[in-house]
Design a protein around this ligand. Structure first.
Ligand code: NAD
Length: 323
């Protein structure tokens, strides 16, 4: 049995669906703070909070847990700067509680949802895993701290971990059973889609004077189905005795915010208002993953390399959600 914390959320539910389709037994642990009950469709559910050790204990009782996939976290950069205590408690203390429960129940394998936010402003793009992490916001710092805790536990105890450093997750399940439903939404693709659907009055571009070809920030979008498959491969690697690892998950392909807006307009056939906003503090000009390590260590390559295919699946999901 695989324990999935945060399995009622966006990336966790897609990973759960993939594992369940392969006949694996999964147990979801979630407090539904940002997750959704209707996204828990396949496995067992233990409703509980990482901050409550008694809840975590229940998650490990009944059926041997082979490994944990740990998605559960708070993940809003802006909120993390305004309320760091919430982020250090939920993400760092919550993960320490999870590791304590794992030790108590003899579970020694964990996949962890890390992020490209651990890199801060990188020295080199595309970013390799040898780039020294220097996170520039509280959210990124919580994720880097957890990586360091995992390094220390891996050195001192029997624990083996894989920290998966996702770039920008986007898109939805092709069957449209689940998809991206963040409230509030802060990710660029769903925001542009909501503007195209008339659910928002406009789409704001934060800064058009970056040192990029069109002046807007460049990001690396990865389809959530490709992320799910990377988790399955990383899980199989750990279960086969693989060593601890930190690895980027991105497509090594940058899309500027202006290009994204253009593609959403073309795909939807709808024009929408685009507002020029100020740069946001802590937004690096370009974040793009070197994904060679994922290819070598996990045998993973993205199947949705064209950003249009990612935007299309997100569009289809939002059409379904809003009709
Ligand atoms: N979405 C992205 O682009 C992206 C990029 C990089 C990293 N990540 C990381 O991936 C993970 C999943 O992201 P997502 O977009 O699916 O987020 P999400 O908010 O949809 O999912 C997080 C889930 O964790 C649950 N949760 C949060 N705190 C909890 C707690 N204390 N106890 C129990 N459950 C708790 C929530 O209810 C939710 O179901 C997060 O760790 C996030 O930091 C996401």
């Amino acid at each position: 049995m695989i324990l999935i914390t945060g399995g009622a959320g966006y990336i966790g539910s897609h990973t759960h669906k993939l594992l369940a389709s392969q006949g694996r037994h999964c147990r979801i642990f979630d407090n539904f703070s940002t997750g959704h009950k209707d996204f828990v469709k396949w496995g067992e559910l233990v409703e509980g909070d990482l901050l409550n050790p008694a809840d975590l204990n229940r998650a490990f009782v009944g059926g041997q847990i082979e490994a944990v996939i740990h998605f559960a976290a708070k993940a809003y950069v802006g909120e993390s700067m305004e309320n760091p205590a919430k982020y250090y408690q939920n993400n760092v203390t919550g993960t320490l509680n999870l590791l304590t429960a794992m030790q108590a129940h003899g579970v020694d394998k964990i996949l962890f949802s890390s992020t490209c936010a651990v890199y801060g402003v990188p020295n080199q793009v595309p970013i390799t895993e040898s780039e020294v992490p220097r996170p520039i916001n509280v959210y990124g710092r919580t994720k880097r701290m957890i990586e360091q805790i995992l390094e220390d536990y891996s050195d001192a105890y029997r624990l083996k971990y894989t920290a998966l450093r996702y770039f920008n997750a986007a898109g939805a399940d092709l069957d449209l059973e689940i998809g991206e439903r963040h409230q509030p939404e802060t990710h660029a693709i769903p925001l542009a889609i909501e503007a195209a659907m008339g659910l928002r009055p406009s789409f704001t571009i934060f800064g058009q004077d970056y040192p990029t070809p069109d002046g807007t920030c460049i990001r690396d979008y990865i389809h959530v189905a490709d992320l799910a498959r990377a988790h399955q491969l990383a899980l199989d690697r750990l279960l086969a005795g693989g060593d601890s690892l930190k690895v980027n998950l991105g497509c090594n392909q940058g899309l500027s915010v202006l290009e994204l807006v253009q593609q959403v307009k073309e795909l939807s056939g709808r024009d929408f208002k685009v507002v020029q906003g100020q740069r946001r503090p802590g937004d690096p000009a370009e974040l793009c993953a070197d994904n060679q390590m994922a290819s070598q260590e996990l045998g993973w390559k993205p199947q949705f390399e064209d950003p249009r295919s990612i935007i299309k699946s997100a569009w289809d999901w939002h059409q379904k959600e809003n009709h």
